[in-house]
Design a protein. Structure first.
Length: 242
């Protein structure tokens, strides 16, 4: 075979195709803007020492505070599972928090879960930081549009929340406890009912804890999971309203 015929038989490789391949091999852009990560990190950096000074470390066992910290990690890692877990655990409970907060503003005591927001013994700045309960769900929904929803979040958050409930029940102060720090939390995650001044009385307390886990699973976590599974695409795909 002549040299010319050999050369003509080789496959042609165009420069544009090489350029395309180079673009595909390049690392993808970050899905969450750096400014959002830095701003959220700054807020958490301010909140942690203020909460530790006023409430103590056990306050970070509340679902909302656990989710606050997991969201920080999830944003920097751009981890859909962590963001999805926080969404499953927080979206409905934080809506209830907002309803109760609005009720207090109108002079109605609905559940008492936001009563501390109107406690003049707490510094106004500390209470202002707690307004993250209102905007964190909005942030989580936005993050889901960037990262997608990971369906593993439902069982993962259920296990984590159940463990937190049991830890709070067996190891933290019950409702009505009198502590050296009057601002230290009691009845964390409402394992003794919604009244922090005394435990619930309408059923055996051990049974109530199991009942409470079931209520959280069926009335908060499961409905949120089903909604996110319907309206959000799977992991790494943006949310869709169709």
């Amino acid at each position: 075979m002549s040299r010319d015929r050999l050369i003509s038989s080789l496959p042609a490789v165009s420069l544009p195709s090489l350029a395309t391949g180079g673009e595909q091999s390049a690392s993808p852009k970050h899905k969450i803007p750096l400014a959002a990560k830095v701003a959220y990190s700054g807020f958490v950096a301010v909140l942690i020492p203020v909460y530790l000074r006023n409430y103590g470390p056990t306050n970070f066992l509340y679902f909302c505070d656990v989710a606050l910290l997991l969201t920080l990690v999830g944003m920097w890692l751009e981890n859909s599972l962590l963001i999805s877990m926080c969404s499953v655990g927080l979206l409905l409970p934080q809506f209830l928090w907002l309803v109760d907060f609005g009720g207090h503003l109108l002079g109605m005591n609905l559940t008492g879960m936001t009563g501390y927001m109107f406690d003049s013994n707490l510094p106004l700045f500390t209470r202002g930081l707690s307004l993250f309960h209102g905007w964190l769900p909005v942030l989580l929904v936005w993050l889901l549009t960037r990262l997608g929803y990971d369906q593993r979040a439902f069982p993962a958050w259920t296990v984590l929340a159940s463990a937190l409930v049991l830890v709070c029940y067996f190891f933290l102060p019950p409702a009505g406890a009198h502590l050296a720090n009057p601002n230290a939390p009691v009845n964390v995650n409402y394992v003794y009912g919604f009244n922090d001044k005394e435990p619930q009385h309408w059923m055996n307390q051990h049974l109530y804890v199991l009942f409470w886990i079931g209520v959280l699973w069926s009335a908060a976590f499961l409905p949120t999971h089903l909604a996110l599974r319907k309206f959000c695409r799977r992991t790494a795909k943006p949310c869709s309203g169709t």
